[in-house]
Design a protein around this ligand. Sequence first.
Ligand code: AR6
Length: 180
Amino acid sequence: MISQAIDNVTLMLMRGNIAEISADAIVNAANSALAGGGGVDGAIHRAAGPTVMQECRQIGHCRTGSAVVTTAGSLHARYIIHAVGPIYGHHADAAQLLASAYDACIDLAEKYQLESIAFPSLSTGAYGYPVVEAAPIALQTVIEHIGQAPTTLRQIAFVLFDERTFKIYAQELERILRPT
Ligand code: AR6
């Protein structure tokens, strides 16, 4: 686990299953139909129970680069923020859409006055975004937001499933915070 204080916010990188994390909001790597699927989406819906899918059906759709909120069922969270990242090689403006998906989550967290949020690595599984390209975008977007106080958020975590993804995020965080 890596924990880094930036202004009044603690930014954490950890390995694990995001469906098991305690936070005000847990971010899901959803698709634009909010239809469920594998990866993070599967793990979150399995752990949360059927009420979350019912809410997703009622909402119906989420634009790529955007996010919507549901309650969190049985998860150790108040809300799930379902974010839709770009599909690498399909969306021409993938970098912008990826940043926009993270921004949308943070905007919702602020709107709901949340103190803690946990992100997975959006788009880097089924959606094929190379982690080396996605990690700087994810971290920069979140860190830029921390710089724009005031913020209700006090804890921002990235919960990364595999060792390789964790290592790339860790290297990238080091590079952003301590450029040589
Ligand atoms: N906790 C944390 N990270 C995880 C977990 C987990 N339980 N499971 C996988 N990862 P992905 P995407 C990592 O495919 O690329 C779904 O079918 C995974 O190793 O979950 O945005 C949706 O329904 C990878 O590093 O999301 C969409 O259709 C990262 O999370 C589509 O996939 C993201 O992988 C979304 O694709």
